[in-house]
Structures are given as structure tokens and as C-alpha cells.
Design a protein around this ligand. Structure first.
Ligand code: G3P
Ligand code: MG
Length: 343
């Protein structure tokens, strides 16, 4: 009948649309729920007129803990099961680097947590700055190194071993120490601490950053500096000391590699949800940061929705990176508008 064919069309349309959610500033603020986030996920997980699951993945520039730990924490806050199969953090695509480097310096995050993340990704030999401090505390003259930190460190003779690459996984908790150690390694002969390369470019080890956001919304009323700010400081210092530009690789939104990775995750997630390994035609990115979520989504040909619950505090739309589908009060308004258009 006509009713049935209308319904079949709507089901097909629901499988041909998908959402990509930013997390901080859209669904949560740190560990605090944004209530519309809970409502949106319940609806997309099947509590809707069609009774169908509408595909969605999560693409965050967040970092600092293993994917499973973070999805479990978010599932609790949001009241819906979030699978690691639909979840990408800033450093998730960096797991591919484990094949290329043996010993890596992993920077950022709380304590030695990012060591756990890197080991889970398959990196064979993971050094963190505290390992270097435990070997030679004079490397960072202003750092107060506690007994607990020393106990968690794995010192070795770093003058006798090379570090093959530097991976900044998360926000530095101590700019002075981390920048000092990174600059030392970038200026060294092939990652050997205690050396100074004669030619800084040809002997320099590579450096990767998990994301480039300058600002991040937090409990503080004005957004706080994030990994991009740390990187800019490091680049300026490196240039001032050596006279050459620092070549580096940045992951995360709005970098193209991360969107390509998101497509792969989306196709695999569609397969597990609807048995069809493909990316739906109508993808909607919901984000709060015009300089990462929106510019990246626009470049990648997604429909973009900017919400007012995070970084964006402007007028009708962002002037530099306007959201193509529009600006919405919150994530519920954005998702329901997209569903009205597609279904
Ligand atoms: O800027 C770092 C991070 O907190 C941003 O997360 O989810 O807004 O991409 P998200
Ligand atoms: Mg955000």
C-alpha cells in the first residue's frame, strides 16, 4: 500500500543519513552532561517514529585515555551505550604509526596515562618525559619531581639510546618541562639526548601532534588554551633557536587524514548496524568549534551544524567558517532539523 511504501522510503532515507558528533561543547562539558545530548542519543538509537537506528559516530579532538575507558565513561554520562567501533579521539588514527617507530616519546596527559594508550596501540617502546627526568632531573631545572612520579617512571641511560619520534598525544601538564625535552630532542643527533646536531634538519626526528585546537571550552567562562597553543609556542622556540622552520604533522579535526579515517569508521559501523559497508550520502557534522569541526566538515563535503553550547559565542553564523546547515541552540535542535529535512 501507499502507507507502506512511504514508510519504506523513510527507512531507506534513515539509513542514508548519518551524524558525526563532536563531544566537548556538544554532548558534554568535560564530565558534565549537556541534557539535549542524552535525548538525542536515545532518539537515534531507535526511540523514534520509525523505530530504526540512525547511524552516528563520534569524532572528538579529546585525548588522554584509552578508547574503551573514555567510551565507558561517556556511556555513563549520556545514558546510551557508545561503542569503541563508533568512536574516534584525536590520537586514535596515530595507532598506524606503531609500525614505523620503535622507541617513541609520548607527551601530554595525566601522569603516565598516555603511555598506556600508546602501548595499547601497539607501540613497542614508549618513553614519557618523567622517565627522562628520573634519569637526569637537571634536564628541567624548575620542575619539582615528586617521589610518586619517580616511582612511576622507567629511567634508563638516555645518552645511550635514540628516540625515533615524538608523539604529542594530549595537553601538556607542564609546558616548561615538556618543551625543554622536546626542543632538546629536536636539536639532537637523531634523537640522542645530550647531543646537538650540526645540521638540525637532516638529523631531526619527526614530531606528530594529535590535534591542533587553539582553544578548548572548560568550566572556566573563557575557553582555555589547548594543544595548538602548545605547538605554536614550540614552533616559535625551535625557529628562534635554530633558524629553520619546524616540519610537523598534525592529526585531529580539521586535518584531512582524520576525516578519511572517520569515513572508514563510519562504513564499518554501518556494516555492523545495517549490514551495509558504506558511508551514507547525507552526513551531518554537529560541532561547537568553527575552526575545527565546521571548517573540516565543510571541506569534506559534509553538512555542518554549529551549536551554541560550546566554543562558538558569535552572532548569526561564524563569519570565517559558516556552518552550511545552520546554527542551532543545542544538539537536539540541530539533529531534529536534519531529520526533518531528510526523512
Ligand atoms: O580541544 C580539546 C578537546 O577537548 C576538544 O574536544 O570533542 O570538542 O573535539 P571536542
Ligand atoms: Mg567541541
Amino acid at each position: 500500500s501507499q502507507v507502506q511504501s512511504v514508510l519504506a522510503d523513510k527507512v531507506a532515507a534513515a539509513k542514508n543519513m548519518a551524524f558525526v558528533f563532536d563531544i566537548d561543547g556538544v554532548l558534554v562539558h568535560g564530565d558534565r552532561l549537556i541534557p539535549e545530548g542524552r535525548r538525542v542519543l536515545r532518539m537515534l538509537n531507535g526511540d523514534n517514529q520509525l523505530g530504526i537506528k540512525i547511524p552516528h559516530i563520534f569524532l572528538t579532538n579529546g585525548s588522554g585515555k584509552p578508547e574503551l575507558a573514555r567510551t565507558q565513561q561517556l556511556s555513563g554520562i549520556l545514558g546510551s551505550e557508545i561503542s569503541t567501533g563508533q568512536f574516534i579521539q584525536s590520537h586514535t588514527p596515530m595507532r598506524a604509526l606503531a609500525r614505523y617507530y620503535n622507541t617513541v616519546l609520548v607527551v601530554g596527559g595525566e601522569g603516565t596515562r598516555c603511555r598506556d594508550v600508546a602501548e595499547e596501540y601497539g607501540f613497542r617502546d614508549v618513553v614519557v618525559p618523567d622517565d627522562i627526568l628520573a634519569w637526569d632531573p637537571s634536564i628541567a631545572p624548575y620542575r619539582v619531581f615528586t617521589e610518586a612520579e619517580r616511582a612511576a617512571a622507567r629511567p634508563r641511560d638516555f645518552a645511550a639510546a635514540n628516540i625515533d619520534a615524538i608523539l604529542v598525544f594530549s595537553d601538556s601538564r607542564d609546558y616548561a618541562t615538556d618543551m625543554q625535552i622536546i626542543v632538546d630532542l629536536l636539536r639532537s643527533e637523531r634523537g640522542r639526548l645530550g647531543t646537538l646536531a650540526r645540521d638540525p634538519e637532516s638529523q631531526r626526528i619527526p614530531i606528530y601532534f594529535s590535534q591542533g585546537d587553539l582553544l578548548c571550552p572548560t568550566e572556566h567562562p573563557i575557553p582555555r588554551m589547548s594543544q595548538g597553543a602548545f605547538r605554536i609556542g614550540l614552533e616559535a622556540m625551535y625557529k628562534a633557536l635554530t633558524g629553520v622552520e619546524l616540519e610537523r604533522v598534525v592529526y585531529g579535526k580539521p586535518e584531512l587524514a582524520t576525516y578519511k579515517y572517520a569515513d572508514e569508521v563510519m562504513a564499518a559501523w554501518m556494516d555492523s548496524l545495517h549490514g551495509e559497508e558504506r558511508v551514507p550520502d547525507n552526513v551531518y557534522m554537529i560541532g561547537d568549534n568553527p575552526a575545527s569541526d565546521i571548517v573540516g566538515g565543510n571541506m569534506y563535503g559534509w553538512n555542518t551544524c554549529l551549536v551554541r553550547t560550546g566554543v562558538f559565542q558569535g552572532g548569526e553564523n561564524d563569519e570565517e567558517n559558516p556552518a552550511s546547515f545552520g546554527v542551532f541552540t543545542n544538539v537536539w535542535e540541530a539533529v531534529t532539523a536534519a531529520c526533518r529535512r531528510e526523512l
